[in-house]
Design a protein around this ligand. Structure first.
Ligand code: FES
Length: 208
């Protein structure tokens, strides 16, 4: 039996900002119905400020609670402030989530990133990723290498089981577990490569 914080239970029982915004300025999506849970996030802007946010989610109580708290966290923030929010912040704001449910907080972060990506478009250097990182690692849950790397980095994940808890990758047929293990093992190398990619980006744009 999982232990849920009072705040998780409250947001699950009384979710805030449920629904859609018909004239939303930005819409972000994460997950998919085929994979068991999905989230659609609607944002209304006034200039760079998020003045309203609503969500529609299909998923468990933790997915509802994560989406609900996320809308509360971003309303009133500027887009650049919202960009800093990670799944860790969402889980912390909820007073924690069971490890097995951390993927719900990741889904929130991904929907937010998806919405912001549309605003910043192709010009956002930080969202530029290599082809390798876009490669699908887990076909059961449609999880990319980039999503796994990000979850590892933000949450300091060390084991395949932890990666499954945070991204769902490896949680069905298990065929991708070897690949996830490889990603974990070359984590340090990948982090160095990320740093190199960032430096090359900055050089390209003349910022260093
Ligand atoms: S391919 Fe990842 S669980 Fe099936």
């Amino acid at each position: 039996m999982w232990d849920y914080s009072e705040k998780v239970l409250d947001h699950y029982r009384n979710p805030r900002n449920v629904g859609k915004i018909d004239d939303a300025d930005l819409i972000g999506e994460a997950g998919s119905l085929a994979c068991g849970d999905s989230l659609k996030l609607y944002l209304k802007l006034d200039g760079e400020k998020i003045v309203d946010a609503k969500f529609q989610t299909f998923g468990c109580g933790s997915a509802v609670a994560s989406s609900s708290i996320l809308t509360e966290m971003i309303i009133g923030k500027t887009l650049s402030e919202a960009k800093e929010i990670t799944n860790k912040d969402i889980a912390e704001e909820l007073g924690g989530l069971p490890q097995e449910k951390m993927h719900c907080s990741v889904m929130g972060q991904e929907a937010l990133e998806d919405a912001l990506k549309k605003y910043y478009g192709e010009t956002d250097k930080e969202s530029a990723v290599s082809e390798t990182e876009e490669k699908i690692v887990c076909t059961c849950f449609n999880v990319t290498e980039k999503q796994i790397l990000e979850a590892i980095k933000i949450n300091n994940l060390k084991t395949v089981e932890e990666v499954t808890n945070y991204t769902k990758a490896g949680g069905a047929c298990g065929r991708c577990k070897g690949y996830i293990k490889d990603i974990l093992e070359r984590g340090v190398h990948v982090r160095k490569r990320d740093a190199r990619v960032l430096v090359l980006d900055l050089l390209h744009y003349g910022e260093v």
